[in-house]
Design a protein. Sequence first.
Length: 315
Amino acid sequence: MKVLGLTFGRKLSNTEILVKEALMGAKEAGAEVELIRVPDLEIKACTGCNSCVIDLFERAGSGKCVLKDDFAWLDDKILEADGLVLGSPIYEKAPTGLYKTLNDRMGPSHDFAFRLIAQKIHEEKGVGTGPDPRTFKPRVAALFAVGGSDWTEFGLPLMQIIPMPMQMAVVDQHLFNWIALPGVVVLHDDMLARARASGAHVAASLKLPPEKAEYIGDEGMCPICHTKLLEVNGSLDQVGCATCGAKGSLKVEGGKLRFVVTEEAAALSHWRVSGKFSHGDDLNNISLKPPANMGEVPQRLAKYRDFLPYSNPRA
């Protein structure tokens, strides 16, 4: 039972301290723990080349990235872990850019449904290596967003984008606010205790069947991912979760506002495997389906290829 902590903040500052506190709690609960400070690694930006997805679908391969940096090493650490504690400071209302960069590298290539398809192709046709079998083991995660003020609305919702593709069960998420000064969180015993309890809960959840893992974070509004962010499209009956995409309606019950999602709509949430397969079908039938006049693209690109050179400080 291994719990891996990933911190995206400064060395020995608030985010790292809270993640370490969680790992202390996990260790006390019997887990083996490890900490990685992601800014210490070289993680290049995704180029959008789709080599990883092509490898999965056309070669039944592992979906590995072709970029040469520390991502493969970090990916192995994540696949080896049973539980994760992800901590990021909030910069301008959202997690760090590096957090999003890591998500871009893990998104389609680590999509649970995409890897299931690649595994099926590998088994049925006897081609390729298939994805890493560790992909399919149950995992749990806790998310810590650390902010210096109340401008933190996108912190936790956007932190779900790393565990979401891999189908990790988020058993806790917490926003630690109003701690802007470096290391000042050590003066907040309540926050330290909350982080330690989260780590202990991650470790305890690993001892249970996946369906028994209990969510202990803020309930939020969405009954699936617990986010507070909703997208209202002109009417109370046309509402969507901005994080997991579940569609539903807003209702007032007992003086409280509720976001109601039917089981049919919940099946299309990005957190459900069924929703991931539906997304794959949409990609194949819409955006990845070549239009009848696709052959005209090279000729039409010429207009843009010749317009303006790129400005560059080394040019």
